[in-house]
Design a protein around this ligand. Structure first.
Ligand SMILES: C[C@@](CO)(OP(=O)(O)O)[C@H](O)COP(=O)(O)OP(=O)(O)OC[C@H]1O[C@@H](n2ccc(N)nc2=O)[C@H](O)[C@@H]1O
Ligand SMILES: Nc1ncnc2c1ncn2[C@@H]1O[C@H](COP(=O)(O)OP(=O)(O)O)[C@@H](O)[C@H]1O
Length: 284
């Protein structure tokens, strides 16, 4: 038997940091949603008790450092599964981009192995397992659109935002999430994005209000350190994107666009600045 799972990328429409916690993590308030850019996982049983991961992507680890591998090991150990699995990972989401590619692969592995091994776990149980792998994994298990609090694992699902195009541009730099949080001075932030304002925009189905409510406090670190990220934001705005923001800890910048006729100009204009540009839809 084989099972297939799609692992979509996420974007943060809003990311606020409230404070640094005693455990080293930061207390956040985020509004997250999925976009139609996805990795694909194919999972099948192995005759021997082993986890084997393969991928054509040459730039990710295929051993226990891979989050999909860690997900398989965790669910196997926790539920005493003594069967093996072969996972093939078709990688489409850029790596270390602020799009939660690895977290979404882990979430897809949890969902897929729950089916392959008939474990009968609920989404809530898979989310709890996911939290052991990373702060973004519970949201990736659940999908849709949600407010994420705590370190990102306390989720409240909300309705989908108004449908639009999403242009993603990833400059060729690697940004470490831990580094960005480490450099943030959470108690010195002079501006915070407003969660109620973003929620009103989404619930009122107002695309312009949603664009106006976009905000990410981690930009204060990443844009300062990597001026090319700020440059991509400026270029995207100049080319006509309606709302522009960095996703997560970066370096990917996304632009929200309501009119399809504007998409080719923005896409082609950005290709002059960076190789990795995608035009996708929100997953609503
Ligand atoms: C910034 C965000 C926004 O969605 O995403 P990415 O940019 O990674 O996609 C997330 O908060 C990232 O979540 P994730 O990438 O799962 O983080 P984890 O593996 O749990 O943690 C990596 C490191 O980031 C820091 N970290 C993470 C989450 C959090 N709320 N506070 C933190 O301080 C910690 O230093 C931790 O060691
Ligand atoms: N399945 C995976 N896909 C991508 N990266 C992975 C995976 N498993 C582990 N990693 C590692 O996790 C780190 C962060 O990757 P990723 O999840 O793509 O970024 P981000 O957290 O910025 O969204 C990278 O350094 C990468 O080597």
């Amino acid at each position: 038997m084989k099972v297939y799972e799609k692992a979509p990328a996420k974007i943060n429409l809003l990311l606020d940091v409230l404070r640094k916690r005693e455990d080293g993590y930061h207390e956040v308030e985020m509004i997250m949603t999925m976009v139609d850019l996805a990795d694909r996982l194919e999972m099948s049983e192995l005759p021997r008790d082993q986890i084997v991961l393969s991928s054509h992507a040459g730039f990710i680890p295929l051993d226990e450092k891979n989050l999909a591998f860690q997900a398989a090991r965790l669910i196997k150990e926790r539920y005493g599964v003594s069967r093996g699995v072969y996972i093939h990972l078709d990688k489409q989401i850029p790596v270390a981009a602020g799009l939660a590619g690895g977290s979404s692969d882990a979430a897809a592995a949890l969902r897929g192995l729950n089916r392959l091994w008939n474990l009968g776990l609920s989404v809530a149980e898979l989310e709890t397992l996911g939290a052991e792998l990373g702060s973004d994994v519970p949201f990736c298990v659940r999908g849709g659109t949600a407010i994420a609090r705590g370190r990102g694992e306390a989720l409240e699902s909300i309705e989908s935002p108004p449908q639009c195009w999403v242009i993603l541009a990833k400059p060729p730099i690697n940004v470490s999430t831990a580094d960005v949080y480490g450099k943030l001075r959470a108690n010195e932030l002079d501006r915070h994005p407003s969660v109620p304002r973003m929620l009103d925009a989404i619930r009122g189905r107002s695309f312009p209000d949603m664009c106006a409510a976009l905000g990410n406090v981690l930009e204060s670190v990443t844009l300062h350190r990597y001026p090319e990220v700020r440059q991509i934001k400026n270029v995207m705005s100049r080319l006509g994107a309606d709302g522009v923001l960095m996703s997560g800890s970066g370096p990917t910048v996304f632009g929200l666009v309501s009119k399809e006729s504007k998409v080719p100009r923005i896409y082609n204009g950005l290709r002059g600045f960076c190789k990795e540009v995608y035009a996708v839809r929100l997953l609503t």
